[in-house]
Design a protein around this ligand. Structure first.
Ligand SMILES: [Fe+2]
Length: 344
Protein backbone atom coordinates (compact mmCIF):
# COMPACT_ATOMS: atom_id res chain seq x y z
CA UNK A 1 0.00 0.00 0.00
CA UNK A 2 1.45 3.38 -1.02
CA UNK A 3 2.05 5.96 1.65
CA UNK A 4 1.52 9.53 0.48
CA UNK A 5 3.95 12.35 1.10
CA UNK A 6 2.87 14.97 3.60
CA UNK A 7 3.98 17.90 1.47
CA UNK A 8 5.31 18.66 -1.99
CA UNK A 9 7.21 21.28 -3.93
CA UNK A 10 5.16 24.51 -3.75
CA UNK A 11 4.10 26.30 -6.91
CA UNK A 12 3.74 23.30 -9.20
CA UNK A 13 -0.01 23.68 -9.63
CA UNK A 14 -0.86 26.83 -11.54
CA UNK A 15 -4.56 26.14 -12.03
CA UNK A 16 -6.81 28.46 -10.05
CA UNK A 17 -9.07 25.54 -9.17
CA UNK A 18 -8.83 21.85 -8.30
CA UNK A 19 -11.58 19.26 -8.44
CA UNK A 20 -13.25 17.82 -5.33
CA UNK A 21 -13.19 14.42 -7.08
CA UNK A 22 -9.63 13.36 -7.93
CA UNK A 23 -9.11 9.67 -8.83
CA UNK A 24 -6.27 7.47 -7.69
CA UNK A 25 -4.79 5.13 -10.28
CA UNK A 26 -4.65 1.84 -8.32
CA UNK A 27 -1.68 0.63 -10.38
CA UNK A 28 0.64 3.61 -9.85
CA UNK A 29 -0.90 5.39 -6.86
CA UNK A 30 -0.92 8.57 -8.95
CA UNK A 31 -3.58 11.15 -8.20
CA UNK A 32 -5.36 12.10 -11.44
CA UNK A 33 -7.32 15.33 -11.25
CA UNK A 34 -8.42 18.43 -13.08
CA UNK A 35 -9.20 22.09 -12.63
CA UNK A 36 -11.91 23.94 -14.52
CA UNK A 37 -12.18 27.70 -14.91
CA UNK A 38 -8.49 27.09 -14.48
CA UNK A 39 -7.43 30.52 -15.74
CA UNK A 40 -10.25 32.40 -13.99
CA UNK A 41 -13.98 32.65 -13.45
CA UNK A 42 -16.17 31.86 -16.50
CA UNK A 43 -13.17 30.75 -18.57
CA UNK A 44 -13.38 27.54 -20.64
CA UNK A 45 -9.84 26.59 -19.62
CA UNK A 46 -9.30 23.13 -18.17
CA UNK A 47 -6.15 21.45 -16.95
CA UNK A 48 -5.58 17.76 -16.32
CA UNK A 49 -2.91 16.62 -13.87
CA UNK A 50 -1.32 13.29 -12.97
CA UNK A 51 0.52 13.65 -9.67
CA UNK A 52 2.79 11.02 -8.10
CA UNK A 53 2.52 9.87 -4.46
CA UNK A 54 5.70 11.93 -3.94
CA UNK A 55 3.68 15.01 -5.02
CA UNK A 56 5.44 15.60 -8.35
CA UNK A 57 3.37 16.48 -11.42
CA UNK A 58 4.08 13.75 -13.97
CA UNK A 59 1.72 14.90 -16.70
CA UNK A 60 -0.13 18.17 -17.34
CA UNK A 61 -2.48 18.99 -20.24
CA UNK A 62 -4.26 22.30 -20.81
CA UNK A 63 -7.29 22.47 -23.09
CA UNK A 64 -10.62 24.25 -23.60
CA UNK A 65 -14.16 22.99 -22.99
CA UNK A 66 -16.86 23.32 -25.68
CA UNK A 67 -18.59 25.76 -23.28
CA UNK A 68 -18.13 26.96 -19.69
CA UNK A 69 -19.98 24.77 -17.21
CA UNK A 70 -19.65 23.24 -13.76
CA UNK A 71 -17.16 20.37 -14.05
CA UNK A 72 -17.65 18.47 -10.82
CA UNK A 73 -16.38 14.94 -11.44
CA UNK A 74 -14.75 12.94 -14.23
CA UNK A 75 -13.92 9.39 -15.28
CA UNK A 76 -10.54 7.70 -15.42
CA UNK A 77 -9.63 4.57 -17.37
CA UNK A 78 -6.31 2.82 -17.89
CA UNK A 79 -5.69 4.83 -21.07
CA UNK A 80 -8.05 7.81 -20.98
CA UNK A 81 -9.39 10.67 -18.86
CA UNK A 82 -13.10 11.31 -19.55
CA UNK A 83 -14.78 14.68 -19.02
CA UNK A 84 -18.57 14.97 -19.20
CA UNK A 85 -19.70 18.45 -20.19
CA UNK A 86 -23.27 18.93 -18.95
CA UNK A 87 -24.99 22.33 -19.33
CA UNK A 88 -24.85 23.53 -15.74
CA UNK A 89 -23.78 26.88 -17.15
CA UNK A 90 -23.00 30.43 -16.14
CA UNK A 91 -22.02 33.75 -17.65
CA UNK A 92 -20.88 37.21 -16.60
CA UNK A 93 -24.47 38.36 -17.36
CA UNK A 94 -25.84 35.90 -14.76
CA UNK A 95 -23.40 37.12 -12.18
CA UNK A 96 -24.11 40.81 -12.91
CA UNK A 97 -27.84 40.06 -12.52
CA UNK A 98 -27.03 38.43 -9.14
CA UNK A 99 -28.60 35.15 -10.18
CA UNK A 100 -27.32 31.86 -8.69
CA UNK A 101 -23.89 31.25 -10.21
CA UNK A 102 -25.04 28.22 -12.18
CA UNK A 103 -28.25 27.45 -14.04
CA UNK A 104 -29.27 24.48 -16.18
CA UNK A 105 -29.75 25.02 -19.92
CA UNK A 106 -31.99 22.39 -21.55
CA UNK A 107 -31.12 23.65 -25.05
CA UNK A 108 -27.42 22.74 -25.00
CA UNK A 109 -25.83 19.50 -26.13
CA UNK A 110 -23.89 17.25 -23.80
CA UNK A 111 -20.30 16.24 -24.59
CA UNK A 112 -18.00 13.51 -23.40
CA UNK A 113 -14.38 14.55 -23.91
CA UNK A 114 -11.85 11.73 -24.08
CA UNK A 115 -8.22 12.67 -23.44
CA UNK A 116 -5.58 9.96 -23.98
CA UNK A 117 -3.68 9.94 -20.68
CA UNK A 118 -0.34 9.84 -22.43
CA UNK A 119 -1.47 12.33 -25.07
CA UNK A 120 -1.78 16.06 -25.53
CA UNK A 121 -4.60 18.58 -26.00
CA UNK A 122 -4.68 17.92 -29.75
CA UNK A 123 -5.60 14.29 -29.05
CA UNK A 124 -8.88 15.02 -27.24
CA UNK A 125 -12.05 13.78 -28.95
CA UNK A 126 -15.40 15.40 -28.09
CA UNK A 127 -18.39 13.08 -28.51
CA UNK A 128 -21.87 14.64 -28.59
CA UNK A 129 -25.14 13.53 -27.00
CA UNK A 130 -28.58 15.12 -26.65
CA UNK A 131 -29.28 17.27 -23.60
CA UNK A 132 -29.38 15.40 -20.26
CA UNK A 133 -28.13 15.69 -16.69
CA UNK A 134 -25.27 13.78 -15.03
CA UNK A 135 -22.94 14.59 -12.16
CA UNK A 136 -21.01 11.98 -10.10
CA UNK A 137 -19.26 9.15 -11.91
CA UNK A 138 -19.33 5.54 -10.65
CA UNK A 139 -16.34 4.32 -12.66
CA UNK A 140 -14.95 4.21 -16.18
CA UNK A 141 -12.82 1.74 -18.11
CA UNK A 142 -11.70 1.04 -21.65
CA UNK A 143 -11.38 -2.04 -23.82
CA UNK A 144 -8.95 -0.92 -26.50
CA UNK A 145 -10.51 2.15 -28.11
CA UNK A 146 -13.96 1.50 -26.64
CA UNK A 147 -14.44 3.71 -23.61
CA UNK A 148 -17.16 3.03 -21.01
CA UNK A 149 -18.32 5.69 -18.57
CA UNK A 150 -20.88 4.85 -15.85
CA UNK A 151 -22.91 7.72 -14.44
CA UNK A 152 -26.35 8.35 -12.90
CA UNK A 153 -28.16 10.13 -15.72
CA UNK A 154 -31.43 12.07 -15.71
CA UNK A 155 -33.56 13.56 -18.44
CA UNK A 156 -33.44 17.00 -16.83
CA UNK A 157 -31.68 19.07 -14.18
CA UNK A 158 -31.00 17.25 -10.91
CA UNK A 159 -29.98 20.34 -8.94
CA UNK A 160 -32.98 22.49 -7.86
CA UNK A 161 -30.53 25.05 -6.43
CA UNK A 162 -29.25 25.71 -9.98
CA UNK A 163 -32.52 26.84 -11.62
CA UNK A 164 -33.44 26.42 -15.27
CA UNK A 165 -31.93 29.33 -17.23
CA UNK A 166 -35.14 29.64 -19.26
CA UNK A 167 -37.34 29.84 -16.16
CA UNK A 168 -38.91 26.36 -16.22
CA UNK A 169 -39.87 25.05 -12.77
CA UNK A 170 -37.86 22.19 -11.26
CA UNK A 171 -39.24 18.87 -12.56
CA UNK A 172 -38.81 16.20 -9.85
CA UNK A 173 -39.82 13.31 -12.14
CA UNK A 174 -37.39 14.29 -14.89
CA UNK A 175 -34.65 14.86 -12.28
CA UNK A 176 -34.66 11.15 -11.34
CA UNK A 177 -31.22 9.77 -12.22
CA UNK A 178 -30.59 6.11 -13.06
CA UNK A 179 -27.19 4.45 -13.57
CA UNK A 180 -26.33 4.51 -17.26
CA UNK A 181 -23.30 3.27 -19.18
CA UNK A 182 -22.12 5.73 -21.83
CA UNK A 183 -19.92 4.17 -24.51
CA UNK A 184 -17.84 5.96 -27.14
CA UNK A 185 -15.42 4.55 -29.67
CA UNK A 186 -12.11 6.40 -30.08
CA UNK A 187 -11.56 4.43 -33.27
CA UNK A 188 -14.79 5.71 -34.80
CA UNK A 189 -14.69 8.78 -37.07
CA UNK A 190 -18.18 9.80 -35.88
CA UNK A 191 -18.55 12.18 -32.95
CA UNK A 192 -21.78 10.46 -31.84
CA UNK A 193 -21.99 8.21 -28.79
CA UNK A 194 -21.74 4.49 -29.52
CA UNK A 195 -24.46 3.67 -26.97
CA UNK A 196 -26.20 4.57 -23.71
CA UNK A 197 -27.30 1.56 -21.65
CA UNK A 198 -29.34 1.59 -18.45
CA UNK A 199 -27.63 -0.52 -15.76
CA UNK A 200 -30.28 -0.67 -13.01
CA UNK A 201 -33.61 0.72 -11.93
CA UNK A 202 -32.31 2.46 -8.80
CA UNK A 203 -33.14 6.15 -8.76
CA UNK A 204 -30.31 7.87 -6.98
CA UNK A 205 -26.83 9.32 -6.91
CA UNK A 206 -23.53 9.14 -5.02
CA UNK A 207 -22.19 6.06 -6.79
CA UNK A 208 -19.22 4.26 -5.26
CA UNK A 209 -17.04 1.26 -6.01
CA UNK A 210 -14.28 -0.86 -4.53
CA UNK A 211 -11.61 1.73 -5.36
CA UNK A 212 -8.99 -0.98 -5.93
CA UNK A 213 -10.87 -1.47 -9.22
CA UNK A 214 -10.98 2.20 -10.22
CA UNK A 215 -10.24 2.89 -13.89
CA UNK A 216 -10.54 -0.78 -14.88
CA UNK A 217 -13.32 -3.22 -15.79
CA UNK A 218 -15.31 -3.81 -12.60
CA UNK A 219 -18.29 -5.74 -11.35
CA UNK A 220 -19.71 -4.17 -8.21
CA UNK A 221 -21.26 -0.72 -7.84
CA UNK A 222 -22.98 0.89 -4.87
CA UNK A 223 -25.14 3.99 -4.62
CA UNK A 224 -27.60 5.90 -2.51
CA UNK A 225 -31.12 5.55 -3.83
CA UNK A 226 -34.51 7.08 -3.26
CA UNK A 227 -37.74 5.08 -3.03
CA UNK A 228 -40.66 7.42 -2.55
CA UNK A 229 -43.07 4.47 -2.27
CA UNK A 230 -41.54 3.42 1.04
CA UNK A 231 -43.18 4.66 4.27
CA UNK A 232 -42.01 7.87 5.86
CA UNK A 233 -42.84 8.30 9.57
CA UNK A 234 -41.43 11.39 11.20
CA UNK A 235 -42.70 13.01 14.41
CA UNK A 236 -44.56 16.31 14.08
CA UNK A 237 -42.23 19.13 13.34
CA UNK A 238 -39.50 16.96 11.86
CA UNK A 239 -38.98 16.84 8.14
CA UNK A 240 -36.88 14.88 5.69
CA UNK A 241 -36.04 18.12 3.94
CA UNK A 242 -33.31 18.10 1.38
CA UNK A 243 -32.13 14.85 -0.09
CA UNK A 244 -34.06 11.79 1.07
CA UNK A 245 -31.93 8.73 0.47
CA UNK A 246 -33.66 5.83 2.14
CA UNK A 247 -32.03 3.00 0.17
CA UNK A 248 -28.54 1.65 -0.20
CA UNK A 249 -28.23 -0.10 -3.55
CA UNK A 250 -25.77 -2.67 -4.84
CA UNK A 251 -25.61 -3.56 -8.51
CA UNK A 252 -23.72 -6.50 -9.92
CA UNK A 253 -22.73 -5.52 -13.46
CA UNK A 254 -21.82 -9.14 -14.27
CA UNK A 255 -25.27 -10.56 -13.52
CA UNK A 256 -27.45 -7.45 -13.72
CA UNK A 257 -28.87 -8.34 -10.31
CA UNK A 258 -29.34 -5.80 -7.55
CA UNK A 259 -29.58 -5.85 -3.77
CA UNK A 260 -30.92 -3.12 -1.55
CA UNK A 261 -31.20 -2.11 2.08
CA UNK A 262 -34.09 0.10 3.26
CA UNK A 263 -32.96 2.25 6.13
CA UNK A 264 -36.41 2.53 7.69
CA UNK A 265 -39.10 5.18 7.73
CA UNK A 266 -37.30 7.63 10.01
CA UNK A 267 -33.75 7.62 8.66
CA UNK A 268 -31.73 8.82 5.70
CA UNK A 269 -28.29 7.65 4.61
CA UNK A 270 -25.19 9.55 3.54
CA UNK A 271 -22.74 8.44 0.89
CA UNK A 272 -21.23 5.01 1.56
CA UNK A 273 -17.54 4.21 1.29
CA UNK A 274 -15.94 0.84 0.60
CA UNK A 275 -13.42 -0.66 3.05
CA UNK A 276 -11.42 -3.65 1.74
CA UNK A 277 -11.32 -6.63 4.08
CA UNK A 278 -7.70 -6.75 5.36
CA UNK A 279 -5.73 -9.16 3.20
CA UNK A 280 -8.41 -9.44 0.53
CA UNK A 281 -7.83 -8.92 -3.18
CA UNK A 282 -11.17 -9.91 -4.70
CA UNK A 283 -13.39 -7.07 -5.84
CA UNK A 284 -16.16 -6.32 -3.35
CA UNK A 285 -14.59 -8.39 -0.57
CA UNK A 286 -15.01 -5.93 2.26
CA UNK A 287 -17.39 -3.57 3.96
CA UNK A 288 -19.51 -0.55 3.22
CA UNK A 289 -19.62 2.19 5.81
CA UNK A 290 -22.14 5.03 5.85
CA UNK A 291 -23.61 7.61 8.21
CA UNK A 292 -27.27 7.02 9.02
CA UNK A 293 -29.12 10.15 10.09
CA UNK A 294 -31.83 9.01 12.53
CA UNK A 295 -34.23 11.89 12.20
CA UNK A 296 -36.79 10.81 14.79
CA UNK A 297 -34.10 10.51 17.46
CA UNK A 298 -32.05 13.44 16.23
CA UNK A 299 -28.79 11.53 16.21
CA UNK A 300 -26.45 9.71 13.81
CA UNK A 301 -24.98 6.23 13.68
CA UNK A 302 -22.08 4.94 11.62
CA UNK A 303 -23.38 1.72 10.05
CA UNK A 304 -21.22 -1.05 8.63
CA UNK A 305 -22.36 -3.62 6.05
CA UNK A 306 -20.86 -6.68 4.43
CA UNK A 307 -20.47 -5.03 1.02
CA UNK A 308 -21.90 -7.90 -1.00
CA UNK A 309 -24.72 -8.61 1.48
CA UNK A 310 -26.20 -5.19 2.14
CA UNK A 311 -29.70 -6.68 1.91
CA UNK A 312 -29.01 -8.51 5.21
CA UNK A 313 -28.65 -5.17 7.02
CA UNK A 314 -25.82 -3.67 9.05
CA UNK A 315 -23.36 -6.01 10.73
CA UNK A 316 -22.27 -3.27 13.12
CA UNK A 317 -23.66 0.02 14.32
CA UNK A 318 -21.53 2.69 15.97
CA UNK A 319 -23.43 5.53 17.68
CA UNK A 320 -21.77 8.89 17.12
CA UNK A 321 -21.46 11.33 19.95
CA UNK A 322 -22.76 14.20 17.88
CA UNK A 323 -25.48 14.46 15.27
CA UNK A 324 -24.07 14.90 11.78
CA UNK A 325 -25.97 16.98 9.29
CA UNK A 326 -26.38 15.81 5.71
CA UNK A 327 -22.83 16.26 4.48
CA UNK A 328 -23.53 14.13 1.41
CA UNK A 329 -20.02 12.91 0.58
CA UNK A 330 -18.05 10.43 2.67
CA UNK A 331 -14.71 8.72 2.30
CA UNK A 332 -12.44 6.26 4.05
CA UNK A 333 -8.72 5.65 3.83
CA UNK A 334 -6.57 3.19 5.78
CA UNK A 335 -4.23 4.81 8.27
CA UNK A 336 -1.31 3.09 6.55
CA UNK A 337 -1.84 5.26 3.44
CA UNK A 338 -1.60 8.53 5.33
CA UNK A 339 1.57 10.43 6.11
CA UNK A 340 2.78 9.85 9.65
CA UNK A 341 0.66 11.90 12.01
CA UNK A 342 1.99 13.53 15.15
CA UNK A 343 0.66 11.64 18.15
CA UNK A 344 -0.99 13.53 21.00
FE1 LIG B 1 -19.36 15.71 -5.37
Amino acid sequence: MRKYAASGRPGQITSQTFTAHPKFDPTTGDMCAFGYAAKGLITKDMVYYEISPENEIKHEVWFELPYYCMMHDFGLTEDYACFHVVPIVSSWERLEERKPHFGFDTTKEVYLGILPRRGDAKDIRWFKAPNCFASHVMNAFNDGEMVYFDVPMAKNNGFPFFPDVHGAPFNREEAAAVMTRWAVNMGDKSDAFHSMTRLSDFVGEFPRIDDRYAAMPYRHGFMLAQDFQRPLELPNGRSMSGLMTNLLGHMDHATGKTKQYFTGPTSTLQEPAFIPRPGSVDEGDGYLVAVENMLAENRSDLVLFDALRIDEGPIARMPLELRLRGGLHGNWVPAAMLPDQPRA
